[in-house]
Design a protein around this ligand. Sequence first.
Ligand SMILES: *Cc1c(COP(=O)(O)O)cnc(C)c1O
Length: 399
Amino acid sequence: MTNATHLECSLTGERYAAGQVHNLSRAGKPLLVRYDLEAARRTLTREALAAREPGMWKWRELLPNEGGPVSLGEIETPIVPLTRTGGANLLVKDEGRLPTGSFKARGLAMAVTMAREFGIERIAMPTNGNAGAALAAYGARAGIDTIVICPSETPEINVTETAAYGAHVYVADGQIDECGALVGKGAVQGLWFDCSTLKEPYRLEGKKVMGFELAEQLGWELPDAIFYPTGGGTGLIGMWKAFDELEAIGLIGSKRPRMYAVQAEGCAPIVRAFENGEEFAERWEGAATVATGIRVPKAVGDFLILRAVRESGGGAIAVSEQAILQAVEDTARDDGLLFCPEGGAVLAAWRLARDQGLVGSDETVLLFNCANGNKYPLADRSKRLELAEAEPEALARGT
Ligand SMILES: *Cc1c(COP(=O)(O)O)cnc(C)c1O
């Protein structure tokens, strides 16, 4: 049983029936799932939650699936203080611990669960890496065929990992939105279901659970600011929706964090639109950054990201490649957490915001690291050793 009552166009408010396969609205915008919040309120209490098995599926009153989930063991990800890097108030929600090593697992677990309920047999998506891997893994779990098309700069581990799950993987000579156009073409021809970011309504419902989870973990008191690595923006939009749903069912009050959308200087369409006061973001030409998860030149949910950021009193911040790489090195060395480059971007943005006085040292700030740093290439800092010549004392000094 689900409390989902209908879906709604995020731009026009036009209603669509629940229980049917959907992609974008007639206006070409994302659809948002709406629930019977009165019904949810009756059973989704703090006490009930505390007694349930931990994980995203315990929020079932605010999830769209009728039946059981397609699951690979989605944990509640820990919130860890970055004590040396920023003090006790600087926290990171480490999403790299989910199945397939990234938070894309949340969205794809939900989307594939729904696809299975609808009897969908083949799913395709464009990806910069992590989403494709998660789609392929959950597809394998559900017995659904998957086709994944990635730009050539997609990290090799993602390409090989996705193929290992049995997906058909294609590495293409274009950006993610251009790969997406091909996926859209095949969907129109009836060859597969298009599972692109925000072009189907349920990945957002999986990702929004990050908002539920952090609220509960922080004792139902939201942080003062959230820094989020923004590509398609699913997580940011999803959390913003989650906070409204939590307030509507009485689990939190009206306090909201300032939401900061973080992008790389080499691909910052949302930052540019934010600074220019625009409602929609123009495509970013020549997108390039090591933080491939946020290399999204054109996001279909651009206006939803910008709306959430503005309503929250937050902002949009772009960071340099050098600052990204430096941040990854710093948190690993100082706090023992290996961030992905997108997580490095988030820390770099927090540093800028702190230096500009946008966040106070007494404020609780939550950063998002959305993938396991082990999935990305790192500099080799090891030294060669000939065992016959080795002096333990020299090794102890690191020389
Ligand atoms: C996909 C991805 C992002 C961007 O997430 P969105 O919610 O689509 O904006 C950030 N970091 C990593 C590691 C990702 O894989």
